[in-house]
Design a protein around this ligand. Structure first.
Ligand code: C2E
Ligand code: CA
Ligand code: CA
Ligand code: CA
Length: 277
């Protein structure tokens, strides 16, 4: 038994070292990529459910490693937060939006691009000056830039509120991302005016399964309508899901049924291939 325990301990030790080294090398590589401004963005079309027409896009950060592999933002965004690099990532995503879609935004006053903000970005005021300058210089109307924040990032409302109130005053529309999955309750809705609720994919996934889980989805939609907010459903993959959401009066949706997140040129092709464009 003792040799087995020793062997197991050694194995775990080895695994821990490998994991740590992998993590460290990834962190180092990421830091270098940020320094070289290698963070870019893909754009997932947002469509109007009633007509199927594209009304805008969500910008999603992308990092391609030197070996060509993509790292998921679910991995590198938390890494950026821990390393204090999130503001630089955001700055590169916003720069990508301006460079890739600035002309398109100026030509299509009704269209929007959504940008994701994490909790730590709401704590600093630097975002205010950066946004003011970037959008003024590029001639982009703030009303066309929507900002997505998660419920969890609003837990510290005292810190987040002043920044978000000011951004909204300038015309940005505020969206609650991953709505229904945070642990903050709903009280933040009394403390902060928002414009859009994005229903998390987990509520869309269950459409078509058993009645009880489906009812929760219906409730979340009803709540959003009761609050007189626009609803965007995330992760729509099937026609049945789209039909259900349409029937419930959900205005907008994103998901593989319509389009994957696309590089800028792909997104612009998708946009111009829309009926009536
Ligand atoms: P999110 O904001 O909830 O973005 C939606 C995610 O769902 C994206 O993953 C998108 O590619 C994926 N998705 C879209 N449609 C479908 C579908 O039909 N089915 C399925 N299964 N998935 C779908 P992605 O691009 O990997 O991003 C993951 C998360 O990373 C985002 O979740 C967001 O929280 C975060 N993120 C991405 N870009 C940024 C950024 O610039 N800043 C910050 N702070 N966070 C970001
Ligand atoms: Ca989002
Ligand atoms: Ca989301
Ligand atoms: Ca999500």
């Amino acid at each position: 038994l003792v040799p087995l325990a020793v062997a197991l301990a050694l194995l775990f030790g080895l695994l821990a070292i490998l994991w740590l080294r992998y993590g460290l090398s990834m962190a180092g590589e990421f830091r270098a990529a940020v320094r070289r401004r290698e963070i870019s963005a893909h754009y997932q079309p947002v469509v109007e459910l009633a007509t199927g027409r594209c009304v805008g896009a969500e910008a999603l950060a992308r990092w391609r490693r030197a070996d060509g592999s993509q790292v998921s933002p679910d991995v590198f965004i938390p890494l950026a937060e821990r390393a204090g690099l999130i503001a630089r990532v955001r700055e590169q995503v916003v720069a990508a939006v301006v460079r890739d879609l600035g002309r398109w935004l100026r030509a299509n006053a009704e269209a929007h691009v959504s940008i994701n903000l994490s909790a730590s970005e709401l704590r600093s005021e630097s975002i205010l000056q950066e946004f003011e300058e970037t959008f003024r210089v590029s001639g982009i109307d703030c009303r066309q830039i929507w900002l997505e924040v998660t419920e969890t990032s609003l837990i510290d409302m005292a810190e987040a509120r002043p920044t978000l109130v000011e951004l909204r005053r300038r015309g940005h529309r505020l969206a609650i991302d991953d709505f229904g999955t945070g642990y903050s309750g709903l009280s933040y809705l009394q403390q902060l005016r928002v414009d859009i609720l994005k229903i998390d994919r987990c509520f869309v996934e269950v459409i078509g399964s058993d009645a009880a889980t489906r009812d929760v989805t219906g409730l979340v939609i009803a709540l959003a309508h009761q609050l007189e907010l626009d609803v965007v459903a995330e992760g729509v993959e099937s026609e049945a899901q789209a039909a259900y959401l349409r029937q419930r009066g959900v205005a907008y949706a994103q998901g593989w049924l319509f389009a994957q997140p696309l590089p800028a040129d792909g997104f612009l092709v998708f946009w111009s291939s829309q009926p009536g464009r």
